[in-house]
Design a protein around this ligand. Structure first.
Ligand SMILES: Nc1ncnc2c1ncn2[C@@H]1O[C@H](COP(=O)(O)OP(=O)(O)OP(=O)(O)O)[C@@H](O)[C@H]1O
Ligand SMILES: [Mg+2]
Length: 227
């Protein structure tokens, strides 16, 4: 099944930015794209509704006009890990419901992009974390790494976790969330680039207009991924 599960080394590392850029690129190439943000926490309250900003950005980038309940079934108030935010509202997150939505989206599109929350080991519910969900959905991982100090460790941890869980990997995208990096950080990043080799698919420059493709489309559409 064509699609990617966008995860990251951390929260705020650029998953939405990269997923939106990839979606825009695919739409530009004439593909029908569906997006799913299964759980979004920290939603803004607007009257008696909750606005999931990531899901809305993804929907806009992909021109996905599906009902919000299909794009983002779990919209939660608390800006916390999904399990914590769900517990606070007495909500139980169902992996089965999420899988049903993803399978339906796959039947309606050429490419499905799913954005996780936080990183792979973020808890969704008892006995269920983001890595379990990615495995259940059977989508290969697109790992977003933040161009900042600490990213070598975070990226290696994420790739090792993915490998141990047997999750297929499309590759890594570095997102430049900050405008300028000190020279020590740039040197760090060079080492990460060399260490990743072909697993580094691309980089999203800082402030890049969202049409810059961070991932070659053929990679997103490929069925082949490495563990
Ligand atoms: N390439 C970039 N250039 C400029 N700003 C960026 C870039 N990538 C990310 N950002 C900014 O960094 C912040 C975090 O990015 P983003 O929301 O994409 O992260 P995330 O991993 O999706 O976060 P979350 O865990 O909350 O879903 C946002 O304010 C975003 O606009
Ligand atoms: Mg996001």
């Amino acid at each position: 099944m064509r699609g990617a599960f966008v995860t990251g080394t951390d929260t705020g590392c650029g998953k939405t930015a990269v997923a939106c850029a990839a979606a825009r690129q695919a739409v530009k190439e004439g593909l029908r794209v569906r997006v799913i943000k299964p759980v979004e926490t920290g939603c803004l309250e607007e009257g008696n509704r909750l606005r999931p900003l990531d899901a809305l950005a993804l929907a806009e980038a992909s021109a996905d006009r599906s009902p919000l309940d299909e794009i983002c079934p779990y919209r939660l108030r608390l800006a916390a890990a999904p399990q914590v935010a769900a517990d606070a509202e007495g909500v139980e997150i169902s992996a089965e419901r999420i899988e049903t939505l993803v399978r339906r989206a796959q039947g309606q599109s050429d490419l499905v992009i799913v954005e996780g929350a936080g990183g792979l080991f973020v808890p969704i519910g008892p006995g269920l974390d983001m890595a379990d969900l990615a495995g259940r959905l059977g989508l290969p991982l697109l790992v977003v790494a933040r161009a900042a100090l600490g990213t070598i460790n975070h990226t290696r941890l994420t790739l090792e976790a993915a490998s141990r869980r047997g999750l297929p990997l499309l590759g890594v995208v570095i997102s430049h969330t900050m405008p300028d990096l000190p020279s020590a950080d740039r040197a760090n990043l060079d080492l990460l680039r060399r260490a990743l080799g072909p697993r580094l698919l691309g980089e999203l420059p800082h402030g890049a207009d969202a049409t810059v493709p961070p991932v070659p489309l053929r990679t997103l559409l490929s069925q082949s991924a490495t563990c």
